[in-house]
Design a protein around this ligand. Structure first.
Ligand code: SAM
Ligand code: SF4
Length: 332
């Protein structure tokens, strides 16, 4: 079948699909969700397993998607996740399949996911200190995340990456400590600048720990040198640690945006195409899918949704407005 690329009018082509499998979560990271009061999607609005596989299949088999990352909310809360993974890996051509998770419950399913065809995991962990984990996520589950990381390594879901967000007054000074902790365990750490995507709309630019600050803090204990490989569409700038071979990454979406090289597109748990994390527009595929649209019609709607992608996220623009839905609903 002829591949129709997901091109926009700024010369970019999307090949990396992030699929949100649920907007629900069992943690309450303060930069992401409020402690309580966030409404979940009604069940009937969420795509079924068959619908997820059909839409991702159109992306992979007709629209040139080569990488699929399963996320949320917390994707491990999705019942039947190994089954979804297995069906996605059977697509032709088989996509690279990865999972972004908070790690809770990963210890139980890491091997099954790997056997089903999952290639890699990213586990979010912001601190090596149990007490601070509780402050950040509002749940006392640090040990479960660590068990999940151990299981991911044992299952061969490598490289196992750790995503960390730093917050002033909590863990902003812990970058070197967390990096040491990760290096000791063979985990690849990447810091992510905090973005205005929280459900509470409480993000403040001045409060954000910047990439420059993170690098300066790491520089107090490590010698970092850029790996020299072009960042391209990969959002993380990678640095060799003390000459390598280990590396650490910084994803500076706010202070060093990489929109010009973006190759991503998102499918929400309720079947909307979101062409940028910061887009305020969504394109509905669920309604036509449930009304009987065929694959060609759905592919055309998807292509149209991508063509309208804006050149950048515009966070620095005085008129910037956060998207209506938080990252947990769009798919982080
Ligand atoms: N629940 C899973 C997890 O935490 O990995 C997957 C979804 S979560 C939204 C995906 C990633 O987004 C996590 O690494 C999380 O730390 C990050 N994240 C959430 N809110 C963020 C924000 N406001 N700014 C930057 N990163 C954020
Ligand atoms: Fe849940 Fe992930 Fe958001 Fe934390 S960052 S509240 S684990 S969705």
């Amino acid at each position: 079948m002829r591949i129709q690329p997901l091109a926009d009018s700024h010369g970019r082509v999307a090949t990396d699909l992030r699929v949100s499998l649920t907007d629900r979560c069992n943690l309450r990271c303060t930069y992401c969700m409020p402690a309580e009061g966030l409404d979940w999607l009604p069940h009937e609005e969420a795509l079924t397993d068959d619908e997820v596989v059909r839409l991702v299949g159109i992306g992979v088999e007709q629209l040139g998607i080569t990488e699929v990352r399963l996320t949320g909310g917390e994707p491990l809360l999705r019942r039947g996740l190994p089954g979804i993974v297995a069906r996605l890996k059977q697509l032709d051509p088989a996509p690279e399949l990865s999972l972004t998770t908070n790690g809770l419950g990963l210890a139980r399913v890491a091997t099954a996911l790997h056997e089903a065809g999952l290639d890699r995991v990213n586990v979010s962990l912001d601190t090596a200190r149990r007490e601070d984990f509780k402050r950040i996520t509002l749940r006392d589950r640090w040990d479960d995340v660590v068990a999940g990381l151990d299981a991911a390594l044992a299952a061969g879901l490598e490289p196992v990456k750790v995503n960390a967000v730093l917050q002033r007054g909590i863990n902003a000074d812990q970058a070197p400590e967390l990096l040491t902790w990760c290096l000791d365990r063979g985990l690849r750490l990447r810091f992510i600048e905090q973005m205005p995507l929280d459900a509470q709309h409480a993000w403040q630019r001045e409060a954000m720990v910047t990439a420059d600050e993170i690098l300066a803090s790491l520089g107090t204990r490590f010698t970092l040198t850029p790996t020299g490989t072009a960042r391209g569409s990969a959002p993380a700038e990678e640095f060799l640690i003390d000459g390598g071979p280990e590396t650490v990454g910084v994803i500076a979406s706010v202070t060093r945006p990489f929109c010009g090289d973006c190759d991503r597109v998102r499918l929400t748990a309720d079947g909307q195409i979101v062409n940028c994390l910061f887009s305020r527009d969504e394109s509905d595929l669920r309604t036509p899918l449930r009304a009987g649209a065929d694959d060609v019609e759905l592919a055309e709607l998807w292509v149209k949704a991508m063509a309208a992608k804006l050149p950048g996220h515009g966070i620095d623009d005085p008129t910037f407005l956060q998207p209506t839905r938080p990252m947990s609903a769009i798919g982080g």
